[in-house]
Design a protein around this ligand. Sequence first.
Ligand SMILES: Nc1ncnc2c1ncn2[C@@H]1O[C@H](COP(=O)(O)OP(=O)(O)OP(=O)(O)O)[C@@H](O)[C@H]1O
Ligand SMILES: CC(C)(CO)[C@@H](O)C(=O)NCCC(=O)O
Length: 480
Amino acid sequence: MEDVIDLIEAKGLHRYCGRNGTKEMRVKATGGGAYKYSDVFKVRLGVVLEKEDEMACLVSGCNVLLKAIHHEAFMYESGTTTFVPTNEDSDLYPYLLVNIGSGVSMVKVSGDNEYERVSGSSIGGGTYWGLCRLLTQRTNFEEMLELSMQGDNASVSAGIGTRVDMLVGDIYGGRDYAAIGLSATTIASSFGKVVSQDKSLQDYNPADMCLALCRMVAYNIGQLAHMNATRHGIKRIFFGGFFIRGHPYTMETISCAIRFWSKGEMAAMFLRHEGFLGAVGAFLTVHPMVRGGPTGNRDAPARKFRARFVERFSTGAPLTGGEVVGPAIRDVSERVSWLEKFVAATASTSGSFAPASDAASAASAGSAGSSAAPAGAAGGSPPPEAAASGAAEQQPRHPQQPQHLDLPCASGRSSGGGGGAAASGPAATAVVSLSDQPLSSPAAAAGAMSGGRQRMSLHVGVLHFSTTLEPFPLLADLAR
Ligand SMILES: Nc1ncnc2c1ncn2[C@@H]1O[C@H](COP(=O)(O)OP(=O)(O)OP(=O)(O)O)[C@@H](O)[C@H]1O
Ligand SMILES: CC(C)(CO)[C@@H](O)C(=O)NCCC(=O)O
């Protein structure tokens, strides 16, 4: 947070308010940080944080992104990314939103402003990060993700006793337990193999531990999500939060958990703007969705800009070749030029923005990081849903795929029957329609389809401070 405040100060961002920066800047903020850092913002920057409820912001941000961004949601299975277009006409509700930040919140979303936090878990991104730090002495999150790409949590080829996870095969003498749908490579007990090894911490490969932790946390969340979806009769689950980071292992593991426990009927869906949901929601309290009607036409260029900006602001952390190319929070000062372009672009179009209040931007103040991930793809045949598409695009983004997918659901009980290992092959990105995803209630679908709503657009402001390697051609254009 200190870095962020230094940055705001250095760039004078807190002065972008009112003519010549004369007004007090008020910024919408959500999450615990909106409370925790309220005084610091006021004292050091003179900025007032206007607090917005975290769950409400998560939900409204998610709803808007799903409606405004054609390719916001995607499935990620066996190395293949399959986009699931969601827009205003799609039958979106009800769905379960699983937000994986430090902790995990599970929210049943039944309508635009209708939601209930139905569950949560303290085993989340903070758990992964904290345990990784303890076990590997690494402090940098990106480094941990990269390490996990090189890890082997329980390889059979590595020989019994060399890795950390205990497999069904370790217990059953190399055999499957087919009667209950468990293959020999299914994880029977995360870190369980350590118990039978007379070794100390330094004998273990940090990469193996990072991977085993990633699997443990992600699988547990996937399993809890499925249980909660079932308990509430929900057929669609979207996963958000900054823990995911478009990390193939994380997404693959969550997907596997959902496929396995739903007996192949459900698929996990991820979000391109995963880490920004709350920030988008907070921003919307300043700039509500652009309305149609006579006044709507006046700010058409701004609307277009907003929509295009969001589409392009992919905030991605796709992993290519094991390297995290998304926003690395390393040296903040060297990668902030986009922020300046954004400010310039916003200033140059602000006449048509018609802000609802003095607040100039919105921030999710819960964490220091930001960003999300259009996951790239590679390999494998698409899951059954992808076959319905016909609109598959070849879009190689993950030239190197995870190598050790001895996933807990690599058994006959998942729809693919023994799926789970990432196949090699050409990268593939497919598109399916949301209606290919099962609906829990036809009535809900009919309700969601009615009402003659329009496609919405929005403008994501300075939501989070994030650095990114993503070029911003649109912003650059506008800034010129
Ligand atoms: N560069 C990073 N630095 C720190 N954590 C990161 C980074 N990238 C991803 N993460 C993960 O993101 C998590 C925080 O996610 P997020 O910002 O969505 O939630 P939060 O608002 O901090 O948590 P909560 O909602 O529980 O208050 C961390 O615990 C960590 O697992
Ligand atoms: C406390 C919050 C909501 C803060 O974002 C989050 O970290 C969370 O949902 N934690 C899990 C708390 C629980 O066990 O329900």
